[in-house]
Design a protein around this ligand. Structure first.
Ligand code: ADP
Ligand SMILES: O=C(O)C[C@@H](O)[C@H](O)C(=O)COP(=O)(O)O
Length: 332
């Protein structure tokens, strides 16, 4: 089964939310207290997805707010350099800072992220800085859940969704839950539900859907029964290395298996998965193929040091899928 997108749009995907900095431990397999060197990359889930999509050949754009400092300029230059349209990335004038994510790689399975996100520029995006004329050029508006955590970014995103729906742009909601950004679980649940119910496609981990529902151990069937009463036509629920499921409103279920790989770190899986899954859908491939693209891209990125720079090309993904389909036992 395929998802239909408008064909007459300049941009395949326009992402809205944070573009930040990842500082990934260079000496890994140890706690961060013992890490002396960090390598700088562009980060932030929606920025990673836009970069991944652009590297796959999609025309990607970005709406967000950058700090007026060296980090902000680095982010803009890097994203432009990989082909992302940065014309709607605005520069903060009030002294807000770039969000930083320090990553700890204790072992391939035990990774964590220490975020510095007080007064970050991305959460100060104003509704007046979101242009309808830009959003209507897209096939897809990709919304990151973290951008809903605080005003005025929250209202800016809600306005972007309004423009998208008005102009027949598909809304893809990546739940992208980062707990420390939110005031309370109840608040997260309210805004996640509001946006998920208005979206065409919702993507998240099982844990993130639990946050949306404000439940301890929810079930995929309850999640889809609820969401399919509203706008979503496709819901993707990820279960880490156990793989993922795609559910359609028409009643189909597809399972995506993870590809085993030599894991360096686990972060970056979700963003690489999202960019390749969306690339495949927007390129007219069916949902089963899109799940393979997402899983293969994630397998490539978890075996590398970064989330953004490690985003693969289409031929790398196709090669991995081809090799593994000859050795079917190498999926889990
Ligand atoms: N250790 C791993 N090895 C290979 N693939 C992985 C691994 N962890 C996750 N993946 C792939 O990445 C996808 C998304 O991972 P998941 O952990 O569910 O998302 P997130 O990174 O958003 O928490 C999974 O469905 C799977 O295909
Ligand atoms: O999203 C962030 O702010 C941090 C990311 O840049 C970082 O690379 C990361 O955590 C990605 O992990 P994912 O969400 O599992 O893809």
């Amino acid at each position: 089964m395929k998802v239909q997108f408008n064909s007459d749009r300049e941009f395949d995907i326009i992402a809205i939310g944070r573009a930040c900095i990842d500082l990934n431990a260079v000496e890994y397999n140890r706690p961060m207290e013992e890490t002396m060197t960090f390598k700088k990359y562009v980060g932030g889930s929606p920025a990673n997805i836009a970069i991944g999509a652009s590297k796959l050949g999609l025309k990607a754009g970005f709406i967000g707010k950058l700090a007026n400092d060296q980090h902000g300029r680095f982010i803009e230059q890097y994203m432009r350099g990989v082909g992302v349209d940065t014309s709607n990335m605005v520069v903060d004038t009030e002294g807000h800072k770039t969000g930083l994510a320090f990553t700890e790689i204790k072992s391939p399975e035990e990774c964590s992220i220490l975020m510095y996100r007080d007064e970050v520029a991305d959460l100060y995006l104003q509704p007046s800085e979101v242009e309808e004329s830009y959003i209507k050029k897209g096939k897809v508006l990709l919304v990151s859940g973290t951008a809903l955590a605080k005003s005025p970014s929250r209202e800016a995103v809600l306005k972007a969704i309004h423009f998208a729906k008005k102009n027949d742009v598909k809304v893809v909601f990546e739940l992208d839950y980062r707990g420390y950004t939110w005031a309370s679980p109840e608040e997260t649940s309210v805004y996640y539900s509001l946006v998920a119910e208005q979206s065409d496609v919702v993507v998240g981990t099982r844990d993130e859907f639990d946050v949306m529902e404000n439940v301890a151990e929810g079930s995929n069937s309850e999640t889809i029964n609820h969401l399919f009463k509203y706008s979503p036509e496709l819901v993707v629920i990820k279960h880490g290395v156990e793989g993922s499921y795609a559910y359609t409103k028409s009643g189909a279920t597809y399972r995506g298996k993870a590809y085993l790989t030599k894991v360096l770190k686990t972060f970056g899986a979700g963003d690489s998965y999202a960019s390749a899954f969306l690339y495949a859908l927007i390129s007219g491939k069916d949902i089963e193929t899109a799940l393979k693209f997402g899983s293969a891209s994630a397998a490539i990125v978890v075996s590398k040091h970064s989330s953004s720079e490690a985003m693969p090309t289409v031929s790398e993904i196709e090669q991995l899928i081809a090799v593994r389909s000859e050795k079917a036992e190498q999926t889990v």
